[in-house]
Ligand binder design. Sequence first.
Ligand code: PBG
Length: 307
Amino acid sequence: MVRETSLSVSNLILPCFVREGQNLSEPITSMPGCHRHSLDRLLVEARGWVELGIHAIALFPVTAPSDKSSSAEAALSPDGLVPRALTALKDALPQLTLITDIALDPFTDHGHDGLMSQDGRILNDETVEVLCEMSVLHARFGADLVAPSDMMDGRVGAIRNSMDRAGFGDTGILAYTAKYASAFYGPFRDALDSAPKSGDKKTYQMDPANRREALLEADLDEAEGADILMVKPGLPYLDILRELRDRTTLPLAAYHVSGEFAMLKAASANGWIDYDRCLMESLLCFRRAGADLILTYGAVDAARLLT
Ligand code: PBG
């Protein structure tokens, strides 16, 4: 009766991986229970997710090494995996909200989220131009929300303008507002084979030591037209989530990232913790800290436990 916070399946967004091929569901070793699905398999799985009450997914494409390049051309191909997945999913499951990742790391041969100069610097403004084109492409193929995860400066406003000019004013932006340069992304980079080949992402992702910078990023993203703000990773950054909750009236999302998920799975596989209970507690704590939405690889497990 006096409980202050609730968790429902409508708070959950499932991140999922799509790959080329047919009838393939390739397990991701460091993320037990998660797979790289070929598109035909993804459609079958997605029907099951919708039956469980999941109403939004975030799509991440696995790119074959031969399709990666320094200029990330594959990110802009209308025949690419993401446009094909959007078309097929929208057709089969029009009620499912489709969120696409806007960043170049699945498509660059160097593994960075942006274009790189000869001397290894990430080219902010040049990258933003590509991200704008990528967003318009995804909007054209039916994305409901584009989610820039790249952390280039000024990309939210530029993407908003580009989509508006192209006639996609109704496509929303889920902004990775406070995305930290975190070691908790390891399993995700395994899943996409997208770890940076040189250097690190610290020139564009945030320093885990910084709090005020998150407030600045939130003010900028809000002013530039973001519809939802996100904090990433999740549990180690609940203080940031709470601060943003107190500062903005926009909906807030938190990303319970691959490393956090892997820790729950690994400890429970050893019999050290109870996965179901720790997952549900983690998700409830995101809600208590102020998240309206939680991206979690445990969304399907949680949906089952909530019904
Ligand atoms: C890259 C991206 C990453 C994640 C989502 N988009 C990894 C990175 O920044 O290197 C991580 C998600 C996770 O760990 O679950 N644009």
